[in-house]
Write a protein that binds this ligand. Structure first.
Ligand code: AMP
Ligand code: MG
Length: 358
């Protein structure tokens, strides 16, 4: 049984199993608050044969692999299930059918082992793993993934949103463009996106719209105009180059204004699209101009994974938040990150000190 429940009674030496199942990746990881921190990191990634993600197919893939993923994680960590102190599960935001698989495993494990179940917000977990792996503890974040595009920073107990997408997320825009233009799948190969390969010999064209409204960005107009430009006969490499240039510049613009406004001195990227070298290069240049320190999340942890859920669960446990009764552990498909109290901030678990080859 966990030797913790509240902040005051918290003692180190907790081991937590985290489950991620919000979108395409089923992740099961085990994290401890004593080094070595990451004891297991198992991932099963659903890759559609063609087209986009079908929620029901993902859920089926997750269900088929769930038991194996949990046993493999315990085996990697060399642990008996009874040695776990808590279970953390991402309850949202994400795809309903996919979330339900993770929630079901989480409820079953916590109930069976009689240990606390902690509901974790997936977006917050992307932020926390970036802090823990880089040691930039109080940054302005650019969080860009398949389902999210958000500029955020911790102010007054919460991560506040200082800009976001008005329609589709950056990763979704990149992937949809890649699919509809015929350059993908695969969307990502060798750590680079299909659009990067396509843009290699491209040049900027004036045809495509750049949309920043106040602090928010929008990609659906860019997506439509890009596909139309291809039909009109523009070269694919030029459209790829311009699409990528506009999409990345617009998020860097809102990050820059957020940074200037909030007055912090650190910039940190996280989420799947944070694997992009070009995006990080742009952010680095922008940060230099503001004398802010810039870091990117290590590629291996940019995309969805169970470690970030376990880590956030551990921080929640330490500060006595997020514990849910298994029968009330409902999924929340549109759970916004700015609704979640973050009392542990700026505390973290210093993964950066011990994680090699992250
Ligand atoms: P996540 O939802 O956080 O797992 O992130 C997945 C998204 O990251 C997908 O839209 C991917 O296409 C995108 N992504 C992964 N690697 C890269 C890369 N090197 N450059 C740009 N986008 C990427
Ligand atoms: Mg994600």
């Amino acid at each position: 049984m966990a030797n913790v429940a509240t902040r005051n009674s918290y003692q180190n030496n907790n081991i937590i199993l985290g489950i991620e199942s919000t979108a395409h990746t089923l992740g099961v990881a085990i994290v401890s608050d004593n080094p070595p921190y990451i004891l297991a990191d198992v991932r099963y990634k659903y890759v559609p044969q063609k087209g986009g993600i079908l929620p029901r197919e993902v859920a089926q893939f997750f269900s088929l692999n769930a038991g194996r993923a949990v046993s493999e994680a315990l085996e990697q960590a060399g642990l008996d299930p009874r040695e776990l102190d808590a279970i953390a599960v991402a309850l949202g935001p994400g795809l309903g059918p996919a979330l339900r698989v993770g929630a079901t495993i989480g409820r079953a494990l916590a109930t069976h082992l009689r240990i606390p179940l902690i509901g974790v917000n997936h977006a917050i977990a992307h932020l926390e793993i970036a802090r823990a792996l880089t040691g930039l503890l109080d940054p302005v974040f650019l969080y860009v993934s398949g389902g999210n595009t958000t500029v955020t920073s911790h102010v007054g107990g919460y991560y506040r949103v200082f800009g976001e997408t008005l329609d589709i997320a950056l990763g979704n825009a990149l992937d949809t463009f890649a699919r509809e233009s015929g350059i993908a799948p695969p969307y990502v190969k060798g750590g680079r996106h299909a659009i990067d390969y396509c843009a290699e010999n491209g040049a900027f064209i004036e045809e495509l719209p750049y949309t920043v409204k106040g602090q928010d960005v929008s990609f659906s107009g860019l997506l439509t105009a890009s596909l139309r430009a291809l039909k009109k006969g523009y070269k694919i490499e030029d459209v790829c180059y311009t699409f990528r240039e506009i999409a990345y510049s617009s998020v860097v613009e809102v990050t820059e204004r957020g940074l200037a406004h909030i007055g912090k001195k650190q910039v940190l990227t996280t989420g799947g699209v944070a694997a992009s070298d070009l995006l990080n290069w742009k952010l680095e240049k922008m940060s230099e101009a503001h004398n802010a320190k810039f870091k990117r999340i290590p590629k291996r942890y940019a995309g969805d994974n169970g470690v970030m859920i376990a880590l956030t669960g551990l921080l929640s446990l330490k500060y006595g938040v997020g514990i849910v009764e298994p029968r009330r552990a409902y999924i929340r498909q549109r759970w916004r990150l700015d609704r979640v109290p973050v009392p542990w901030f700026p505390d973290t678990i210093p993964l950066w000190r011990y994680t090699v080859n992250a």
